[in-house]
Design a binder for this molecule. Sequence first.
Ligand SMILES: *[C@@H]1O[C@H](CO)[C@@H](O)[C@H](O)[C@H]1NC(C)=O
Ligand SMILES: *[C@@H]1O[C@H](CO)[C@@H](O)[C@H](O)[C@H]1NC(C)=O
Ligand SMILES: *[C@@H]1O[C@H](CO)[C@@H](O)[C@H](O)[C@H]1NC(C)=O
Length: 504
Amino acid sequence: MKQHPQSCCLLLSLFAIFASARAFDYADALSKSLLYFEAQRSGRLPYNQRVTWRDHSGLTDGLEQGVDLVGGYYDAGDHVKFGLPMAFTITMLSWGVIEYGEHITGAGELEHALEAIKWGTDYFIKAHTSPNVLWAEVGDGDTDHYCWQRPEDMTTSRHAYKIDETNPGSDLAGETAAAMAAASVVFKKTNPHYSHLLLHHAQQLFEFGDKYRGKYDTSVGVVKSYYASVSGYMDELLWAALWLYKATDREEYLKYVINKANCFGGIGWAITEFSWDVKYAGVQIIASKLLMDQKLQKEQKHILEQYRSKAEYYICSCLNKNNASNNVERTPGGLLYTRQWNNMQYVSSAAFLLTVYSDFLRNSNQNVRCHGGVIVTPSELLNFAKSQVDYVLGSNPMNMSYLVGYGPKYPTRVHHRGASIVSFREDKGFIGCTQGYDNWYGGTRLNPNVLVGALVGGPDCRDNFSDQRENYMQTEACTYNTAPLVGVFAKLNYLDKSSLIASY
Ligand SMILES: *[C@@H]1O[C@H](CO)[C@@H](O)[C@H](O)[C@H]1NC(C)=O
Ligand SMILES: *[C@@H]1O[C@H](CO)[C@@H](O)[C@H](O)[C@H]1NC(C)=O
Ligand SMILES: *[C@@H]1O[C@H](CO)[C@@H](O)[C@H](O)[C@H]1NC(C)=O
């Protein structure tokens, strides 16, 4: 363990955290979480594919438009490739590796984490066909949702949609730039050529998004009922600039974040959720971490302090330490509760941000000051993040792990086309759209394939969960639910092991 002034208290407090609770196997959760990304793969699967109930699919994606869009990820239980959530997934996986790569390596999972990121970034490289053109989506939600088919049988529309100079999408370009910049940091040492290529794309995409301003859901109307960008594009442009600053250390990106802090809402928006749509809390937390940099000018520091104040509003809201009306709700069982549909995405992203912020505070020897001057320590942040992860893994009123395939009890009827139908590898007989609905979707039969590592939408506001395929609000999983947990599992696994050593 790294030595610093607090290390004796750190060990004691960590021991207290881990001595009190039921033990979870975070290493197992970490391995499983990375398997999930293999189940979501679109395109030609590689020889070392470990999720063997899946096979090649989407092999003509982009053909209609004369562009190779084979690859990437299906976003959830359907087969649309939605650019915005896919990019956010890759940004979060990359951020996890940047913060906790050492612990992921320690658990023997680095190779899998890098593969999960590269499966996304390889696709973004294909989708970014010229400086000001980015393919935003393949397939469309409407035709896809009339159909219950395995991806290997897919007969739905594979029409591809793009953004360009006349049909801008600054949010999508910004998030994809962020993902590629973050991934370029990840691959800097192990694959410098690839890292450089990603950075080049990231810089071009950021310029494109910044120069041709607009919301992508205006340009790509079909995405509106599925992934409309409610928060607009300003958060993504700040987010992209921050990631480019981390990747290049170039002053121009820091200047962007400082100069646009006010007009882009970076220091204006106090927000209690962090998601594929709303990036402000992530922006504010990364901006806060820049305060550790010694070479800042006074005015820059002043602006970053304002970002930090908003970051701490988010942190305090998760800890129930803002004033009454500004906290995230909790279920009676203690789970953060933001909304009915796919609530777990907000839980996993909060667990990640709290863990990262806890490290920042510990490394800079600071605490958070919440409403009324209440002091919160880094251990309290980590402890709370751990309580959320433990809830996810089974410490909850249903005794259910919401991470599929983990522990003795987990969702068995995940709302997922591929997992709910016999594996294509076992039975290659074609299954049509309505045939899938008639023979596989309904009823109480268990899914024939276990979607290991998927984090489902999770329980309702009273901790109740109904394990039915039709109950998509609770039983559907998304790639961006699991992505933030990868780094957190690795960190908790590392601490778990260290505290065992410390207790001897
Ligand atoms: C809570 O805090 C907000 C912002 O700090 C303030 O506007 C609001 O009046 C406060 N509400 C209560 C009930 O104290
Ligand atoms: C969960 O486990 C506890 C302790 O073993 C038990 O008392 C409770 O009835 C269980 N709840 C459910 C919903 O299975
Ligand atoms: C929990 O959900 C089940 C299935 O929908 C329902 O029958 C039950 O009444 C619910 N329980 C509570 C406490 O809401």
